[in-house]
Design a protein around this ligand. Structure first.
Ligand code: C2E
Ligand code: CA
Ligand code: CA
Length: 771
C-alpha cells in the first residue's frame, strides 16, 4: 500500500528513478538525433519534464520557503514556452530570427530565476549573510568587467544603433552576470545544506556554462561549429532541476535544524579574494598582449569597486575572528554540561577575589550531591546528566549575580560568595541546601538528592586558592557524618580522619619528600624518676594541612601496605636521633611502633639489623612495640619475626595491653620483655576500683613472668604515685611530658628529672590527692 509519509532519504523513490532513466534517455537522444523535429522534441520534453516535476513536487511536498520554489518553477515554465517557440520557428523553416518571440520568454525566465534564487538565499539572513553578499558582489564585479570587456564592449562597437538585437544580447549578458553572483551567493549561504538546493545551484551553473559558450561562440566561430556545444549545457540544467524536484530531501527543506558551517579563514578563501582582485589587471595585460585597445576606464572602475568590497570583506573576516576568539574563551571557561563556570574559571575567579582584598570575607562553598553515583547507577546517565543540569540551574539561581557558581566536575559544585561572618556563611549553606531539597523531575522521574555542603572562609581558613578549595573539600567530606550535612573547615578536621582518603594518595610522595617527622615522649622510671627511654611518635608535616597526627594517615598506610616503608623511615629517623643524643652524652633508648605488616614480613629482621649497623648503635637502644591484636593475625609468622628480632638483642614490648583478647599466658610464649598497660585502664586508676584491680594484677602477673610494666596515659601525679605503690616500672603520659620534637626533648627530660623525683620521694597518695 503506498503511503504518503516522508520519502526514504536513504535512496531515491520510484519517481526519481523514473526521472533519471527518462531524463538520461532524452539527453542521449538529444545528442545522437540529427537536427530536426525529433531532436527538438527531446529537448522540449526534458524542459517539460523538469517543469512538470517541479509543479508536482511543490504541490506534494510544500518545501519551505514555498514562494521562491514556485518562482523558480515559473522560470522553467517560461523557458519551456520559449523552447517551444524557438523549436516551432526553427521547424517551420523560417529559422529563428534574433530577437524572436522565444527571447521574450527566455528573458522572463531569467528574471524569475534571479528572483527565485534571491528568495532561496534570503531566509538564511543572519550570521555570515553579509560576508556572502560581499563575496557575491566581488564575483559579480569581476565577472561583470569580464563580460563587459569581452562581450558587451565589442557588441556595442559593432552594433547598428537602435538595434533590438543589441538590447536583447546585453540583457542576456547582464542576467548572466547577476546569475553568477546569485548562484555563488546561494552556494556560500547554503554551504553544507540541503541537496535539492545544491542541485538547483548546479543546474544554473550548467546554464551559465552554456550561456558563456554562446557568448564565446558569437566571437569565436570555431566554438559555434561544435555541434550541441551550447544546448547540451542547458539540457543538463533542466536535468539537474528535475533531479532537485525528485530529491527525497525536498520534503524536509526548511523543517530541519540547519547547522551552519562557521566562516573560517581558509587559505582557499584568501586565495579566492586575491585572485578576484588579480583578474582585473590581468585583463588589461591580456588586452595589451592581444594588441587590443585596453579598457582602462572600465578596469580601473571595477578595480576600485572590487577593492572596496574586498576591504569590507576582510574587515568582516577580522570581526568574525575576534568573535570566534571570544567564543573560544567562553567555551574554555564553561562547563559543557551545565553551562556554569568550570573548575579553572572558578579558581581564576577566586584568585581575582582574593587579590582584590576588601573588607569582607570570602566563602568557598563546595556542594556535593550525596548518593549521586547510586542515582546514575540505577537510573542511568541520561537522568544523571539531567539532574546535574537541573541542580546547576538551582545553584545558579540561588547564588544570583552576587557570587560565582561553578561545577568542578562530577557531582561537585562550587560557590564563591562574600560573607560578613560565620553565620552569614552558614546561612548561604542553608539556602543552597534548601534550593536543592525540593525533588527534581528529570525525564519524568522524580529524584530527591541530599546536598553535602563544606565551607572554607578566607582569610580565616587560608589565603591561597588551592588551600581554600582543598579545605572546603575536607569540610564537605566531614559534612557527610553530620546530621545537618553542613560543615565549616576547622583545623581539627584532618585529625578526625576526614582527610584520610585524600591523604593516602599523597603519602608515597610525602615519604619520598621527607615530610615525616618524629616527636618523642619520655618514659620515666618510677623508682628513680629518671628518663632512660623515649617513644618515637610519627607526624606528617603536610605542606597544606600542617602537622598531621598519626591517626590521620597511619590507618590508611596500614590498609595499603605502605606502612612498611613508613616503619622503615621511622626506625631510621629514630635511630639517627638516638645516635645524636648518644654523641651528646645522653644515651636514650627509643621505642618505635610496628604494624601488623612489619610483623608478618621476615625482612623486618634484617632491615632492623641493617639500620642499627648503619647508625653504629647496639641493639638494646631500640625497642619495638607491637600490639596483641597484631601478633594474633598470623601467630606463627609473627613469632618467627619476633624471635629473629629478640635473637638480635632488640627489645620488644606489648603495646596497648588490655585492649585485646589474648591472655598473659599466650603472651608469655612471645619473646617480649615489657607490657605497656593501655591508658584506658591507667586513666581510671585513682577513681575506678575495677581499673585499679586490673592494673595491680597485671603488674603482679607480669613481674611473676619476668616482664617489666610501663603505664601509659599518666596524666597526673596521683596516678604516678599510685603506680609506684603498685610496683610499676615505668610511666609515660601527658602528666610527665607530652611528645615533643627532638630539639625540645632534652630540655623536657631535664624538667622531668628535676620535678618527678621530688614528687616521688615526698609524696604519698591520700585519696585522689598527693600529700
Ligand atoms: P600509641 O603507641 O599508644 O602512642 C601513644 C599515644 O598516646 C600518642 O598519640 C601519645 O601522644 C598519646 N598519649 C601519650 N600520653 C598520653 C596521655 O597522658 N593522655 C592521652 N590522652 N594520650 C596520651 P599519637 O602520637 O597520636 O599516636 C597515636 C597512635 O599512633 C599510637 O598509639 C600508635 O599506635 C600510632 N603511631 C604513632 N607513631 C607511629 C609509628 O611510627 N608507626 C606506627 N605504625 N604507628 C604509630
Ligand atoms: Ca606505642
Ligand atoms: Ca599505646
Amino acid at each position: 500500500m503506498p503511503t504518503d509519509g516522508p520519502a526514504d532519504p536513504a535512496g531515491p523513490g520510484p519517481l526519481a528513478t523514473a526521472w533519471y532513466v527518462v531524463g538520461g534517455l532524452l539527453a542521449v537522444g538529444h545528442l545522437v538525433l540529427p537536427f530536426g523535429p525529433m531532436h527538438d522534441v527531446a529537448y522540449v520534453a526534458m524542459a517539460a519534464g523538469a517543469f512538470g516535476l517541479g509543479v508536482a513536487a511543490l504541490v506534494r511536498h510544500r518545501p519551505q520557503p514555498r514562494r521562491p520554489w514556485w518562482v523558480l518553477v515559473g522560470g522553467i515554465g517560461a523557458w519551456l514556452v520559449g523552447d517551444i517557440a524557438w523549436a516551432a520557428a526553427e521547424d517551420v523553416g523560417r529559422g529563428p530570427s534574433f530577437p524572436a518571440t522565444a527571447d521574450v520568454f527566455y528573458v522572463a525566465g531569467y528574471v524569475l530565476f534571479i528572483v527565485g534564487l534571491v528568495g532561496l538565499s534570503r531566509r538564511r539572513r543572519g550570521e555570515g549573510y553579509l560576508e556572502a553578499v560581499l563575496d557575491a558582489s566581488i564575483v559579480g564585479t569581476v565577472s561583470g568587467l569580464l563580460a563587459y570587456v569581452w562581450f558587451v564592449a565589442p557588441a556595442w562597437a559593432e552594433a547598428r544603433s537602435g538595434s533590438w538585437d543589441l538590447v536583447v544580447e546585453l540583457c542576456y549578458v547582464v542576467f548572466d552576470v547577476i546569475l553568477v553572483a546569485r548562484v555563488l551567493h546561494l552556494a556560500r549561504v547554503e554551504a553544507g545544506l540541503a541537496p535539492p538546493t545544491r542541485l538547483v545551484g548546479l543546474a544554473f551553473t550548467a546554464v551559465l556554462v552554456g550561456d558563456l559558450l554562446r557568448n564565446v561562440a558569437g566571437r569565436v566561430p570555431e566554438v559555434a561549429e561544435v555541434p550541441h556545444a551550447l544546448d547540451t549545457w542547458w539540457l543538463l540544467g533542466y536535468l539537474l532541476l528535475g533531479s532537485a524536484f525528485v530529491h527525497p530531501a525536498l520534503h524536509a527543506l526548511g523543517t530541519r535544524d540547519e547547522t551552519r558551517r562557521p566562516d573560517q579563514l581558509g587559505v582557499g578563501q584568501v586565495l579566492t579574494l586575491c585572485g578576484g582582485i588579480l583578474v582585473l589587471p590581468t585583463v588589461l595585460l591580456v588586452e595589451v598582449l592581444m594588441g587590443r585597445e585596453p579598457d582602462v576606464v572600465a578596469v580601473v572602475l571595477a578595480s576600485i569597486v572590487a577593492t572596496i568590497l574586498v576591504g569590507a570583506r576582510l574587515a568582516l573576516l577580522a570581526r568574525r575572528m575576534r568573535r570566534q576568539a571570544e567564543a573560544l574563551r567562553r567555551v574554555a571557561s564553561t562547563d559543557g554540561l551545565t553551562g556554569l563556570a568550570n573548575g579553572p574559571a572558578f579558581a581564576a575567579a577566586l584568585r581575582a577575589r582574593l587579590g582584590a582584598g576588601g573588607g569582607s570575607r570570602v566563602a568557598v562553598v563546595l556542594v556535593g550531591l550525596d548518593r549521586y553515583t547510586e542515582i546514575t547507577d540505577i537510573l542511568g546517565y541520561r537522568v544523571g546528566d539531567g539532574l546535574l543540569r537541573a541542580a546547576a540551574e538551582r545553584v545558579r539561581e540561588c547564588v544570583g549575580p552576587d557570587g560565582t557558581a561553578a561545577r568542578l566536575g562530577g557531582e561537585a559544585f562550587a560557590v564563591l560568595v562574600d560573607v560578613a561572618d560565620d553565620e552569614d556563611a552558614l546561612a548561604w549553606a542553608g539556602r543552597i541546601r534548601a534550593a536543592l531539597a525540593t525533588p527534581f523531575t528529570v525525564h519524568d522521574i522524580e529524584v530527591t538528592v541530599d546536598a553535602l555542603v563544606g565551607m572554607a572562609l578566607a582569610p580565616d581558613d587560608g589565603f591561597d586558592v588551592d588551600e581554600l578549595l582543598q579545605r572546603a573539600d575536607v569540610a564537605m567530606v566531614a559534612a557527610r557524618n553530620r546530621t545537618e550535612r553542613v560543615a565549616r573547615y576547622t583545623g581539627r578536621m584532618s585529625a578526625n580522619g576526614a582527610l584520610t582518603p585524600h591523604l593516602a594518595t599523597e603519602l608515597p610522595a610525602a615519604l619520598a619528600a621527607g615530610q615525616l617527622v618524629l616527636h618523642f615522649q619520655p618514659q620515666v622510671g618510677v623508682a628513680a624518676g629518671t628518663v632512660t627511654k623515649v617513644e618515637a611518635l610519627v607526624r606528617w608535616q603536610h605542606p597544606v594541612h600542617g602537622l598531621l597526627p598519626p591517626a590521620a594517615f597511619v590507618p590508611a598506610a596500614e590498609r595499603t601496605g605502605l606502612v612498611r616503608a613508613l616503619t622503615r623511615q621511622v626506625i631510621d629517623l629514630a635511630l639517627a636521633q638516638a645516635a645524636r643524643w648518644r654523641a651528646e652524652g645522653r644515651p636514650l633508648a627509643v621505642a618505635v611502633n610496628l604494624s601488623a605488616h612489619d610483623l608478618l614480613d621476615p625482612e623486618t629482621v634484617t632491615r632492623v639489623r641493617d639500620a642499627l649497623d648503619r647508625h653504629g648503635l647496639p641493639p638494646e637502644v631500640l625497642e619495638l612495640e607491637i600490639t596483641e591484636t597484631m601478633a594474633m593475625v598470623d601467630p606463627e609468622r609473627s613469632l618467627a619475626v619476633l624471635r629473629g628480632l629478640a635473637l638480635d638483642g632488640v627489645a620488644l614490648s606489648v603495646d596497648d595491653y588490655g585492649t585485646g583478647y589474648s591472655s598473659l599466658a599466650y603472651l608469655q610464649r612471645l619473646p617480649v620483655q615489657r607490657l605497656k598497660i593501655d591508658r584506658s585502664f591507667v586513666a581510671g586508676l585513682v577513681t575506678d576500683r575495677a581499673s585499679a584491680a586490673i592494673v595491680r594484677s597485671t603488674i603482679e602477673l607480669a613481674r611473676h613472668l619476668g616482664m617489666t610494666v610501663v603505664a601509659e596515659g599518666v596524666e597526673d601525679d596521683v596516678t604516678l604515685v599510685v603506680l609506684r605503690e603498685m610496683g610499676c616500672d615505668a610511666a609515660q603520659g601527658f602528666g610527665l611530658g607530652r611528645p615533643v620534637p627532638a630539639d625540645q626533648l632534652l630540655d623536657l627530660v631535664g624538667l622531668v628529672e628535676e620535678r618527678v623525683p621530688r614528687v616521688l620521694h615526698r609524696a604519698r597518695p591520700v585519696g585522689n590527692r598527693v600529700v
